[in-house]
Design a protein around this ligand. Structure first.
Ligand code: SP5
Ligand code: ZN
Length: 347
């Protein structure tokens, strides 16, 4: 298995995160990626390879140009306005206010492009998010080259909450979506994205919602009780050409491996029926019991089982790292998943 990682993903380093109304230490912090990199290094799965630099054109297949330019310049504009620290939005447009025309004011633009307050734009956010996309693209290029059947891209910040023109849920640029689009642009006609992260990947869903060449399948905490709240319900099944090509499996809190695997059976069948040429897995390990943001009940050994069921998809698989906030355990759980996938399941 080919592994991709760049230390540039550590450059996004928020001073704080607003959660439950108070500023605390961020859940999404650089040590997450460092922990996963260290665990991969010790696991004997292969060397971590520095991703190549891809041109912006791949990114712009999925994200709007204005949005990308906003992300690239937002923190510089924040400092130029005399502000200190991280850029955080403060005001959003409610439904009956003036329809959303792109405003010019920085604070108005922050509210226009962000959908939450817990995703600060720091001095290094652009660098890290752009490196995260290169990491996803390197994995996609490896799969597209046909030389390998599997790759793991150690992306950070994560991506699945980011849409074509919005950020939130710790995500700025959607690596899984850029990677899936890259595979389509390199001759594949059907890509499935399977998203086992604890949270619904609203950005990925949104990007491919009207398309039938990319199937999006997500198992996640019910949005009735969990972030991102306003999307991720089972009746969101796609639109237009994409009708039937979006599948959500909202699951109750306390879902354990056995309940998750039941839902996965149906998810797997829908992927098989689609017969994808490759599968992109948005691998979040925030389903772990005790994850500080989550309420599922996976035990560590269940990640080996997860890898095992994913190996039965019998087509090339690109893993893109997403969530997981039990920082001391996420590396081991990524390794368990990959070992399970490779048939080297270790409890
Ligand atoms: C990629 C990813 O996993 N993003 C997750 C973003 C979740 N943000 C919302 C978290 C709110 C949780 N509040 C409860 C915290 C209890 N300690
Ligand atoms: Zn998550």
């Amino acid at each position: 298995m080919k592994l991709f990682y760049s230390p540039r993903v550590l450059d996004h380093d928020a001073a704080g995160e607003i959660n439950r109304g108070v500023v605390g230490e961020p859940f999404e912090r650089p040590e997450r990626a460092a922990n996963v990199a260290a665990a991969l290094n010790n696991a004997g799965l292969g060397l971590l390879v520095e991703p190549a630099s891809f041109p912006d054109e791949h990114l712009l297949r999925v994200h709007d140009k204005d949005y990308v330019e906003f992300l690239r310049s937002a923190h510089r504009r924040w400092l130029n306005a005399g502000r200190k620290g991280d850029a955080i939005p403060m005001c959003w447009r409610a439904d009956r206010m003036r329809p959303a025309l792109l405003p010019t004011d920085l604070d108005a633009q922050l509210g226009y492009y962000a959908f939450d307050i817990m995703t600060p734009i720091t001095e290094g956010s652009w660098q890290a998010a752009r490196a995260s996309v290169d990491t996803a693209l390197s994995g996609a290029a490896h799969i597209a080259s046909g030389t390998g059947q599997a790759a793991f891209s150690l992306c950070r910040p994560p991506g699945h909450h980011a849409g074509s023109d919005y950020y939130g849920g710790y995500c700025f640029l959607n690596g899984a979506a850029v990677a899936a689009q890259f595979l389509i642009d390199h001759g594949m006609s059907r890509i499935a994205i399977l998203d086992p992260d604890y949270h619904h990947g609203n950005g990925t869903q949104d990007i491919f919602y009207a398309r039938n060449d990319v199937l999006y399948v997500s198992l996640h905490a019910d949005p009735a009780t969990d972030f991102p709240f306003y999307t991720g319900f089972a009746d969101e099944i796609g639109i237009g050409d994409g009708l039937g090509f979006n599948l959500n499996f909202p699951l109750a809190r306390q879902t354990d491996w056995s309940a998750w695997a039941d839902a996965y059976g149906a998810a797997e069948q829908s992927i098989r029926n689609f017969s994808p040429e490759a599968v992109v897995v948005s691998l979040g390990v925030d389903t772990l019991s005790g994850d500080p943001l989550s309420k599922f009940a996976f035990q560590p050994e269940d990640f080996g089982r997860l890898g095992g069921v994913l190996s039965r998809l019998s087509c090339p698989v690109l893993f893109v790292f997403e969530g997981g906030y039990a920082i001391d355990q996420i590396g081991a759980n990524v390794v368990r998943t990959l070992h399970g996938f490779l048939g080297e399941y270790i409890a």
